[in-house]
Design a binder for this molecule. Structure first.
Ligand code: AAO
Length: 465
C-alpha cells in the first residue's frame, strides 16, 4: 500500500510538472491570438472565416465569469476582471465546438485570485460589494484574506513585501483565501466544466498574488482534456500572468513547475523599441535573461500595457505605432523563442474606452511560424537593418533605418522564386506582392525602402513558386 501511495504521488507530481506547459496545438499550428473583448459569436465566425483556414492554433478569450457592471457613461473592459460568480457556459458551447472543429483551440482567461472591488455595484448576474457575499459560488466573508493582510488600507501598497502582494487586495479587489481548502475547492469546478466542454487551457490572471502551492492544489484538481478533442491524458495548457521585470521578492521562477509564465521582459526589449546595437540581438532570448524557452509565453503587448496598466509603460510597442508594431509582431512570429500570442485589440479614444474592434492581423507571419517551426535561427544585421533565417525553411529581413536597405544576403534556402508574404500572397501560381529570387547558392538580393508602409520582407518554403 505504502509503495503504491508513493508511486501515485510521484506520478501526480510528474504529470503536473511537465504537461501543463504544452499548448496542445494541432495540425502544425504554433501561434495564439488574444481576441480581447470579442463577443463569442464573433469569435466563432472568426475561427471559421479566418483563424482556422490561416493556421492559427488558438484563441485567448476574455474572462467569461459573471462580473460587476461599472455604472457610468461607458463600460470599461476591466469590469470583466471583477468576478461576481462563475459564467453562463451555455453561451460558450457553440464557439468552443466550432473553433475546435477548424483546429483552433480555446484558452479561457481565468480570474481566480479575487472577486470584485470593494466599491460594490451590480454584477452581471448577481450583486457584488464589500458584503463579501457571492451566492452563485457561494463565497462569504470567511473566504477572503482580509484577516491575513498586514497593510493598513487592506490594499497592496508595496510590491517589495511578498506577504502584502499575496494577502492584500490588488487594486481594491476582494482577495480570495485560496489557502483554504473549501475556497480552492470551488475554483476547479468552474474550470473543469470548461475543460469538459472542450477548452484547451487557461490564462491564469494575477498569479503573482497567489501562492504557488495554492495554485498547484487548484491545477491538480483539473481534469485531463476532453478526449473527443485531445489525446488521452492531455493536461490543460496553463499560462500564468506574472509580471516580473526584476527587483521584487516574488519571481516568475516560482511558477515554472506549474505551467508556462508570461515573459514581460520580451515585449519591453523588442528589437524595434530599444536602440541597442543590433548585433546584440543574435542571442535574443534566454541569454538576455528571459526565462527558459520551455516556460515562456511571449507577446509584444497585452491588454494592460497597451493602456498603461501593468508593466512596460512607454517601452511597449502598440498599434498606436502600427509600422513598428507590425515589425515587432513579425519579428516575434519569425523568432523561435516561446509560445507566441498576437494581440488583437481595438482602437479607442484615449479619453474613454470606446470604438470598434479593428484587427491587426499577421496571418501570413503566423503561417511563416508554422512552416519554420523547429528550425534553427541564424542572424545578420547592420545598424537597424536586421535579417535572420530559420534553417532552410524561411528568411525574414527588416529595414528599421532611415535609409534604404539594398543587400545581397545568404538565405540558407533552396534556389527558386519566392513570394514575399508581407507585401502580398502566393496564389494561382504567381505572387500578388514582391518576388524574391534565391540563387542556387542560397543568396538573394533584397531591397526595402525605408518609406515602405511595412519595411520588411518574409519568404518561406511554402511561398515558393
Ligand atoms: C479597476 C480600476 C482600479 C480599481 C479596481 C477595483 O482600474 O482603480 O481599484 O478596478 O475597483 C484590470 C485593470 C485594472 C482594474 C482591474 C479590475 O488593469 O485597472 O482595476 O482589471 O477591474 C499588477 C498585477 C497584475 C495585474 C496588473 C494590472 O500583478 O496581475 O496589476 N494584471 C492583471 C490583468 C489586468 C487586471 C487584473 C490583473 C485584475 O492583466 O487586466 O486588471 O484582475 C508592478 C508590479 C506588477 C503590477 C503592476 C501594477 O509592475 O510588478 O505585478 O501588476 O505594478 O501596476 C514597471 C515595473 C513593473 C511594474 C510596472 C507598473 O514596469 O518594472 O514591475 O512598472 O508599475
Amino acid at each position: 500500500m505504502k509503495i503504491t501511495l508513493i508511486t501515485l504521488i510521484l506520478v501526480a507530481v510528474f504529470r503536473l510538472s511537465v504537461a501543463q506547459h504544452d499548448p496542445q496545438l494541432k495540425h502544425g499550428r504554433t501561434a495564439i491570438v488574444h481576441l480581447f473583448e470579442w463577443r463569442w459569436a464573433d469569435i466563432t465566425a472568426e475561427c471559421e472565416r479566418f483563424l482556422g483556414p490561416n493556421g492559427y492554433g488558438g484563441v485567448q478569450i476574455s474572462p467569461l465569469n459573471e462580473h460587476i457592471i461599472i455604472k457610468g457613461p461607458w463600460r470599461p473592459w476591466w469590469q470583466r476582471y471583477q468576478p461576481t460568480g462563475p459564467g453562463n457556459e451555455n453561451e460558450l458551447c457553440d464557439m468552443i465546438r466550432r473553433c475546435n472543429n477548424v483546429g483552433v483551440n480555446i484558452y479561457v482567461d481565468a480570474v481566480i485570485n479575487h472577486m470584485c472591488g470593494t466599491g460594490g455595484g451590480e454584477g452581471t448576474h448577481s450583486s457584488c460589494g464589500n458584503r463579501k457575499y457571492f451566492p452563485s459560488v457561494p463565497f462569504n466573508g470567511w473566504d477572503f484574506n482580509d484577516n491575513k493582510c498586514r497593510a493598513g488600507s487592506g490594499n497592496i501598497k508595496n510590491y517589495g513585501d511578498a506577504n502584502q502582494v499575496r494577502d492584500c487586495r490588488l487594486v481594491g479587489l476582494l482577495d480570495l483565501a485560496l489557502g483554504k481548502d473549501d475556497v480552492r475547492g470551488k475554483v476547479p469546478g468552474f474550470m473543469n466544466k470548461l475543460i469538459d466542454m472542450g477548452v484547451a487551457g487557461f490564462r491564469v490572471d494575477a498569479c503573482k498574488h497567489m501562492c504557488p502551492a495554492d495554485l498547484q492544489a487548484v491545477y491538480g484538481r483539473l481534469r485531463n482534456l476532453n478526449t473527443k478533442r485531445f489525446p488521452g491524458g492531455a493536461r490543460p495548457f496553463i499560462f500564468q500572468e506574472v509580471i516580473d521585470l526584476g527587483g521584487e521578492p516574488i519571481t516568475s521562477r516560482e511558477y515554472f513547475h506549474l505551467g508556462r509564465v508570461t515573459e514581460f521582459k520580451y515585449g519591453i526589449s523588442s528589437p524595434f523599441m530599444t536602440n541597442r546595437p543590433c548585433l546584440l540581438f543574435w542571442n535574443w532570448g534566454e541569454r538576455w535573461g528571459f526565462m527558459p524557452n520551455g516556460n515562456a509565453l511571449v507577446f509584444v503587448d497585452n491588454q494592460d500595457n497597451q493602456r498603461g496598466h501593468g508593466a512596460g509603460g512607454a517601452s511597449i510597442v502598440t498599434f498606436w505605432d502600427a509600422r513598428l508594431h507590425k515589425m515587432a509582431v513579425g519579428y516575434m512570429l519569425a523568432h523561435p523563442y516561446g509560445v507566441t500570442r498576437v494581440m488583437s485589440s481595438f482602437r479607442w479614444d484615449r479619453r474613454f474606452e470606446n470604438g470598434k474592434v479593428s484587427e491587426l492581423e499577421m496571418m501570413n507571419m503566423v503561417k511563416f511560424r508554422n512552416v519554420v517551426n523547429g528550425q534553427p535561427h541564424s542572424n545578420w544585421c547592420e545598424n537597424n537593418q536586421v535579417a535572420f533565417g530559420r534553417g532552410n525553411r524561411g528568411f525574414i529581413v527588416f529595414n528599421n533605418d532611415d535609409w534604404n536597405l539594398d543587400m545581397t544576403l545568404n538565405t540558407g534556402m533552396p534556389g527558386g522564386t519566392y513570394c514575399d508574404m508581407i507585401s502580398g500572397q502566393k496564389g494561382n501560381g504567381r505572387c500578388t506582392g514582391k518576388q524574391i529570387h534565391v540563387a542556387g547558392d542560397g543568396r538573394a538580393h533584397f531591397k526595402i525602402s525605408n518609406r515602405d508602409e511595412d519595411p520588411f520582407l518574409a519568404i518561406h518554403a511554402e511561398s515558393k513558386l
